[in-house]
Design a protein around this ligand. Structure first.
Ligand code: SAM
Length: 251
């Protein structure tokens, strides 16, 4: 799942020094053919494509699939660091995190582009006896009709793929899906991880520069993505983010 067939065609702005700080990712308008300044139009143009994501589930168990909620999510919820409320699981996969959040009293919307993943997630939720609003869609399309922002946004393994080809669209999504006072947990691959099969890696500077445009960092620490394919797990970043009510008045 590494690499990107689009990357040769679009400007990939991985280095903060290439960015114009006065440039906003929000100053575009959706029209019949929305195209952001990073060249992104829709998920069908990128790699992995929607079909490839779905195949990863149809062919068996993908490397990120453990059947358990992420330990980092459990830790932060148990420590009371994520206030309960509405939540969106962005690229929810087969729903272990979404089910955990619902069991903890969150009102959960879970979106994934893979019909196979969502089908498994629905089964998981039914077994657990929880109600979750599941959506099979491209999150960038979904957000255009989303009625209200969420109190909590969970991204377990989506940002590190999407940032290479659609960072502007991703930031716009986060902006629309959150409100001042929302929390967001991003679990992303770590640039120092070299193990075969590891998720795409991100540096601390990249995370701070890209996500710091919208959020304050409440916590940022290395952790390990669990994987059935790699006993010690893959090194990653756990970032708990907060969208300030006013930039200088954090509660
Ligand atoms: C690395 S997996 C992580 C899945 C899940 N969060 C987990 O922790 O098991 C990334 C997920 O994002 C989904 N995805 C990729 N692009 C998407 C898009 N544009 N809209 C919605 N879901 C997407 C994939 O189908 C896949 O399930």
């Amino acid at each position: 799942m590494r690499g990107g067939k689009r990357s040769a065609k679009v400007a990939v702005r991985k280095n903060p020094e290439n960015w114009d700080l006065n440039e906003s990712f929000l100053d575009f308008s959706w029209d019949d053919e929305p195209r952001l300044r990073d060249g992104f139009r829709s998920a069908s143009e990128v790699h992995p494509s929607p079909l490839e994501w779905d195949l990863a589930y149809r062919e068996g168990t993908p490397p990120w699939e453990t059947g358990r909620p992420a330990a980092e999510l459990v830790r932060l919820v148990q420590q009371g660091k994520i206030p309960k409320g509405t939540a969106i699981d962005i690229g929810c996969g087969t729903g272990a995190n979404a089910v955990y959040l619902a069991q903890e009293g969150f009102e959960v919307t879970a979106v994934d582009i893979s019909p196979t993943a969502i089908e498994r997630a629905r089964t998981r939720a039914a077994f657990a006896g929880v109600n979750i609003h599941f959506v099979v869609d491209d999150v960038f399309q979904f957000i255009r009709s989303c009625p209200a922002p969420f109190d909590f946004l969970l991204d377990a393994g989506f940002y590190h793929y999407v940032r290479a080809h659609a960072l502007s669209a991703y930031l716009d999504f986060l902006w629309r899906a959150s409100r001042p006072g929302s929390y967001c947990l991003v679990l992303a691959g770590h640039a120092a991880e070299t193990a075969e099969g590891a998720p795409p890696g991100v540096t601390e500077e990249e995370l701070r520069f890209e996500l710091g445009r919208l959020f304050e960092f409440v916590e940022m620490r290395p952790f390990r993505f669990e994987s059935l394919f790699h006993r010690e797990g893959y090194l990653g970043w756990s970032c708990l983010l907060y969208r300030p009510i006013l930039p200088t008045f954090r509660r």
